[in-house]
Each structure stands twice: as structure tokens, then as C-alpha cells.
Ligand binder design. Structure first.
Ligand code: N01
Length: 496
């Protein structure tokens, strides 16, 4: 048994951020557990061709670790992963991190006021970690979702998910099917299209894809960012404010985003000459209802003669290809599955078990994901979720939300330490009111009224993934730990 004050699950952007802030604030007794073999979470796992960020580089980095050397305005995965590893090494996070360590069960022990965390490691075996505080930084986009299509397991060729790219496979000259047209697929398709023999793109819903203002930074710009950090901060603030304006359109006045429809349609016209293909890829819902995608190369790729857009719906998969509902058989050598992630039903929720011996999955199966300030869940004392329910964004950088949550985390730890509090549990009523207010704001949003189905919504039809509104309001809400919303008890008493 290993005893620590704090155990962090996950060494991605949010888990690393938590580790750094703990260290900076004098909380040194912690461990980071990660099932992978490197830092970066989703930026470690998503190595598909063309993987890049659709948030500007200067915004997609920690405010306390700006990177003046970004090579372009929208960075590609290798550069982001390298940045993450540089930060990890600067703060010596490897010393604190146990890689290859899968958390199989994390259970609250009410008598001991501790989290009992069972882990498994292929070489070190099973180790139990006992912690006063559990920080769940498992990430919302880490569990690949495979389509529920009959026969998919029987396909005899190469098949893999976008987040588990098989780099051993050479797709040059091959017949390839890509299932999905979301953020991942629209980056993969332009990379593959010029190299493969033929591609079938299975599109269930045509997304809005707007032009991407991507460019290389000049040497002078990088020099200036290095020498005058204020310029980079100014540029970051400008980008931040511009994105916040989009947030207003998304949540209160979707009509404000109407010009984006014209930009999206112009993007289609520029990229695709064939009117039949153009019609197929023209979206039928309001911009912003699903994540707004950015690309200058997606439509030109779809416009290529060796690329077909298939909209008939998949019926089943055979050992040699895909059969659509109209009975057409399309044989392929490989299938790329770009169908997203288990967001509201992550398998990770099954392994976190609270005071009533119920898992997060069981509790949330009753009414959907819910937390207080995206972090604390009634029934799960001393657990702090990073990027938990209602913290996702449709318009700007998650790193801003992560840093807001880190402020809240540190103030929670300082407050409880100062007051010798051993157990902290958010009150059910406060959690309920908080989420009721979120749902009220969401009711006018484009995600609710934009005429689309998306992973932002759960099986009950509620949007439980997104923060509705300006991110500076979330920053304000998480500035101080509001202890009045919590039931607390000291180590030597039964409650306060
Ligand atoms: O996944 P998605 P993703 N048959 O869920 C389709 C982030 N991200 O991996 O729209 C046929 O968006 C599904 O169709 P429909 C970002 O937050 C960021 O692309 O549901 N098709 C859709 O087209 C993003 O939102 C970056 O009708 C099926 C696609 O698969 C999130 O990750 C880059 C199907 C899934 O799209 C997820 O993006 C990449 C079926 N049975 C990703 N099931 C950045 O740049 C699903 N689909 C930061």
C-alpha cells in the first residue's frame, strides 16, 4: 500500500497542470498515474496524419508557460506534443508520474476518509495507492467510440480508430473507407486523399467547415515573441477576446453567426466543382450546433475524382468491405474509423466508486453527467474532476478552462488544509441549482436549437458537456473555493 495526500489520474494537459500547480503551491505529496507511456493524453494518442489543433497556438498553451517558438498559427500534433514534453521536463514531472499504470478501481473508504486506488502495471503488477484527495484528470476525449455496425468485427483488412492510428500500415495506393466526418476525419481525409488509390467517405451528417486562417510565423515574429513577451501576451489576449465574441453567438444569439453560413458555403464552392457532391456535403443545421470545423483542404480533397462521398448510411460490414442501406457493396482494403469518443458514457466512470458504493457511471446513468463547477460530485467526497461535466467548449481553448479549475483546486486544498478539514463533499442541493442554472442558459443556445444531434448531448437529450457562455465567467466562478456549498468535516469530528 502506498500512502499519498493526493493522487492524480491522467498525465494530459489537465493532469500535468494540476501536478505543476500542486508543486508551485507547496503540495508535494502527490503521485500522477497514467496508463500510457508518455505525457500528453489526447495529444499523445492522436497521431493520425494531419492531426493538428483547431485552436490558435498562442491560446493553446499554459499561460504560465507561453511558447514563443510556435512555428505556425494552428499547430500540428508533433509540435504540441513536443511543447507538452518540454513543460513536463522543466517541472520534472516524470519523477512524480507512474506510467503504464492503469487505474482499475478507485473507491472512497468512508471510515478511513481515503480513496483506495487499485492499479495494474504489466511489469510491476497490482499496486494499491491510498490518497486523501483524488484528482480525476482522465480527459473527456480519451475512449474511442466504435460505430455500432453489424459485422464490423469480421472485416478482414486493416481497421483502426483515428485515435489509435496504425503507423505500420501503408495505405498508399489502397482502397480506403473513412467512417465519420467530424474534427478528426476532416484532418485525415486531405492527408490520405492524394496518396491512396480510392477513398469512400461515409458521411452521416455534413459538418460546417470554415476556412482556416493558418500560416507560418515569420522569424521576425518568433524573435519578437521571444524578446518582448508582452507582444505574445497581447496577441494571445486579442485571439482570446475574438473567440469570446463567438461564444455570445453560440449561447444567446445564434443569428449573429449567420455570416458563417455564407463562408461555409463559399468554402464548399471553392473546393468542389461537382454540384452533386456539393449538395451532399452542404450542412442542414445551424453553424455552431456541432463543433465548427476549420480547413482549407477538406473540400478540395472531397472534390478529387478518387474520392466518393457516401451518404446512404451503413447497413453492415463484410470481411471485404461495407454495404450501405441501399444494398450497394463497396469493397476496401482498409477502414479508418473516425467516429469520436465515449464522452458522456466513458468506461472510466465505471471505475470511480463513491460513498454509497455506486460508481460515477451508475449515478450519472440516472439523470446524466452532473458536477458542481465541473469538479465536485455529491456522493464522491474529496474527489476533484478536471474538465468534468459542463466545462467543454465549442469555441475556444480548453486550457483556459483547465487553468480556471486549477485555481479552484488550489484554493480548495488551501482552504481545507487551513481549516484541518478531512472530508469535503458538495451538497446535492448546490450541485442541483448550479446545473439548473446552466440548463437555463443552454436553452437559448445553438447547441439546443441548432437542428443537429451531437456528442454535446447525452442520452437524455441534455447538454451536459459544455460551459454555456463566456469563459471569463467560469474564471470568476472558480476564483475562490466557496466552502458554503460543501459539507465538511474535520479529522476529529463528525461534521461542521
Ligand atoms: O469525433 P466526432 P472526432 N456511422 O464525434 C460519425 C476534438 N478534436 O474524433 O455527425 C457513420 O466529432 C459522426 O456522424 P454524426 C473536438 O472536440 C479536436 O472527429 O454523429 N458515421 C461524425 O461525423 C471534436 O469535437 C481536434 O452524424 C458515424 C463522426 O463520426 C472531438 O475531438 C481535432 C457513426 C464523429 O465525429 C471529437 O472529434 C480532432 C456511424 N455509426 C478532434 N458514428 C482539434 O483540432 C459516428 N459517426 C483540437
Amino acid at each position: 500500500m502506498n500512502d499519498v495526500k493526493i493522487a492524480i489520474i491522467g498525465a494530459g494537459f489537465s493532469g500535468m497542470g494540476a501536478a505543476i500547480k500542486l508543486h508551485q503551491n507547496g503540495f508535494e505529496d502527490f503521485v500522477v498515474l497514467d496508463r500510457g507511456s508518455d505525457f500528453g493524453g489526447t495529444w499523445r494518442d492522436n497521431t493520425y496524419p494531419g492531426a493538428a489543433c483547431d485552436v490558435p497556438s498562442h491560446l493553446y498553451s499554459y499561460s504560465f508557460e507561453l511558447n514563443p517558438d510556435w512555428s505556425r498559427s494552428f499547430s500540428k500534433q508533433p509540435e504540441i506534443h513536443a511543447y507538452i514534453n518540454r513543460v513536463a521536463s522543466k517541472y520534472d514531472l516524470a519523477r512524480r508520474t507512474r506510467f503504464g499504470t492503469e487505474v482499475t478501481d478507485a473507491r472512497w473508504d468512508e471510515k478511513a476518509n481515503r480513496w483506495i486506488i487499485e492499479t495494474s502495471h504489466p511489469e510491476h503488477g497490482d499496486i494499491t495507492v491510498r490518497a486523501e484527495i483524488l484528482i480525476g484528470a482522465i480527459g473527456p476525449l480519451c475512449e474511442p467510440r466504435l460505430p455500432d455496425v453489424a459485422g464490423i468485427g469480421d472485416f478482414a483488412g486493416e481497421i483502426f480508430h483515428s485515435a489509435r492510428w496504425n503507423h505500420e500500415t501503408d495505405l498508399r495506393g489502397k482502397r480506403v473507407a473513412v467512417i465519420g466526418t467530424g474534427a478528426s476525419a476532416i484532418q485525415i481525409i486531405p492527408e490520405l486523399a492524394p496518396k491512396i488509390g480510392h477513398m469512400d467517405v461515409y458521411q452521416r451528417t455534413a459538418p460546417w467547415v470554415l476556412p482556416r486562417a493558418d500560416r507560418h510565423y515569420t522569424r521576425v515574429e518568433n524573435w519578437l515573441f521571444r524578446k518582448v513577451p508582452g507582444i505574445q501576451r497581447l496577441s494571445r489576449s486579442g485571439i482570446y477576446l475574438a473567440h469570446e465574441l463567438v461564444s455570445y453567438g453560440l449561447t444567446h444569439r445564434p443569428d449573429v453567426l449567420r455570416p458563417a453560413h455564407a463562408a461555409g458555403k463559399a468554402n464548399i464552392r471553392r473546393g468542389i466543382a461537382d454540384p452533386v457532391k456539393r449538395a451532399k456535403v452542404t450542412p442542414k443545421f445551424k453553424v455552431g450546433c456541432k463543433r465548427i470545423l476549420l480547413s482549407n483542404t477538406y473540400y478540395p480533397a472531397l472534390g478529387q475524382d478518387n474520392v466518393d462521398v457516401v451518404t446512404d448510411g451503413i447497413d453492415h460490414v463484410t470481411p471485404t468491405g461495407i454495404v450501405t442501406k441501399d444494398g450497394t457493396v463497396r469493397d476496401v482494403d482498409a477502414i479508418v474509423v473516425a467516429t469520436g469518443f465515449h464522452v458522456t458514457d466513458s468506461p472510466g466512470f465505471e471505475h470511480i466508486i463513491g460513498k454509497d458504493s455506486e460508481s460515477l457511471a451508475q449515478v450519472w446513468a440516472r439523470g446524466g453527467m452532473s458536477a458542481y463547477k465541473g469538479a465536485m460530485v455529491h456522493g464522491f467526497p474529496n474527489m476533484f474532476l478536471m474538465v468534468g461535466p459542463a466545462t467543454g467548449l465549442g469555441h475556444t481553448s480548453m486550457v483556459f478552462m483547465i487553468e480556471s479549475q486549477l485555481n479552484y483546486l488550489i484554493d480548495f486544498l488551501k482552504t481545507t488544509e487551513r481549516n484541518a478539514i478531512a472530508r469535503t463533499e458538495v451538497r446535492a442541493a448546490d450541485q442541483k441549482v448550479y446545473n439548473k442554472n446552466l440548463q437555463k442558459t443552454l436553452s437559448t443556445s445553438v447547441w439546443e436549437n441548432g437542428g443537429c444531434a451531437s456528442w454535446y448531448k447525452d442520452e437524455f437529450g441534455n447538454i451536459t458537456t459544455l460551459w454555456p457562455g463566456f469563459t471569463f465567467n467560469f474564471r470568476k466562478a472558480t476564483k475562490n473555493f466557496d466552502i458554503a456549498a460543501y459539507d465538511t468535516s474535520r479529522a476529529d469530528t463528525t461534521g461542521t
